[in-house]
Design a protein around this ligand. Structure first.
Ligand SMILES: C[S@@+](CC[C@H](N)C(=O)[O-])C[C@H]1O[C@@H](n2cnc3c(N)ncnc32)[C@H](O)[C@@H]1O
Length: 218
C-alpha cells in the first residue's frame, strides 16, 4: 500500500504510518489507561465489538490486558480497517478481521456474531449526533440484558466542564458544525431511551471520561 497523503482525514485524529500500521499519538497516550479499565469491566471470555476502532491500537492493548477476550474491530474508513488488520497480528487469533461498520446506517448490527460488549472511544464527538443515535439504537438490538456498552472521550458536564474540553468543543464545531463534545446528560438520556443504565463514570487522564452503561433486563 502506498503512503497516504499528509492530509489528515477530517474525522480522524493525527496519525503516522509505518508499513500498513497507523499510529495515533493520542491512542499511544491513552491506550494503557483505557485497557486497564476495560480489563476490569469486560465479561469473562467476552466477544467485544469496537466501533470506530481507528488505528487498531486500542484492540491490541485491550487484548494484551485480557487474554480471554476476542476483539472485533470495525470502522467505516478503509485505511483504518487495513491498519487494524495489520495491528491484529500482535494478538494472533484474538483480533478478528475488521468490519466496515457505519453506525449511522440503519440495521448496522445485521449479520454480526453474538456480541457480549461494545466499546466506542472518541467517536461521538467527532461525528454528527445521528452517529450517537445510531450507536444507541443498534446496541439496544445487538446486546443482551446485562451486557456493557463503554464510551470513552471528552464530555460536557455543565459548570464542571474542563476549559480544555470547551476549547475542543469550539474547535470541533469550527471544523464541522455537526460535531462537538457531547453533553453527558444528553448521552445518558439517549442511552436510557434505548434501555441502558449508567453504571459507572470513570475519570480518565486529560479530562476524559469512561462511561460504562449496562443493558437493562426488560
Ligand atoms: C477520532 S477517531 C478515534 C479512533 C479510535 N477509537 C481512538 O480512540 O483512537 C474517530 C473514528 O471514528 C470513526 N467513525 C466516524 N464516523 C463513524 C460512524 N458513523 N460509525 C462508526 N465509526 C465512525 C472514524 O472512521 C475514526 O476511525
Amino acid at each position: 500500500m502506498s503512503e497516504p497523503s499528509s492530509d489528515t482525514p477530517a474525522a480522524m485524529e493525527s496519525r503516522t504510518w509505518s508499513e500498513r500500521r497507523l499510529h495515533s499519538p493520542s491512542a499511544g497516550r491513552n491506550k494503557a489507561a483505557i485497557a486497564h479499565e476495560l480489563a476490569r469491566i469486560l465479561p469473562a471470555d467476552a466477544a467485544v465489538l469496537e466501533i470506530g476502532s481507528g488505528t487498531g491500537e486500542h484492540a491490541v492493548a485491550a487484548c494484551q490486558a485480557r487474554e480471554d477476550i476476542i476483539w472485533h474491530p470495525s470502522d467505516p474508513d478503509a485505511q483504518s480497517r487495513a491498519s487494524q488488520d495489520a495491528w491484529s497480528t500482535e494478538c494472533p487469533g484474538r483480533i478478528q478481521a475488521s468490519r466496515a461498520l457505519d453506525v449511522s446506517l440503519a440495521d448496522w448490527p445485521a449479520g454480526l456474531p453474538e456480541t457480549d460488549a461494545i466499546v466506542c472511544c472518541n467517536v461521538i464527538h467527532i461525528s454528527p449526533w445521528r452517529v450517537a443515535e445510531g450507536l444507541a439504537k443498534g446496541a439496544e438490538n445487538l446486546l443482551s440484558p446485562g451486557a456493557p456498552l463503554v464510551l470513552y472521550g471528552p464530555f460536557l458536564e455543565g459548570e464542571k466542564t474542563a476549559p480544555s474540553n470547551l476549547e475542543f468543543d469550539a474547535s470541533l464545531k469550527s471544523r464541522n458544525p455537526e460535531w462537538g463534545v457531547r453533553a453527558r446528560d444528553d448521552v445518558e438520556t439517549l442511552l436510557a431511551r434505548h434501555g441502558f443504565d449508567l453504571e459507572q463514570v470513570i475519570g480518565m487522564p486529560a479530562n476524559n471520561l469512561m462511561l460504562v452503561f449496562r443493558k437493562t433486563a426488560r
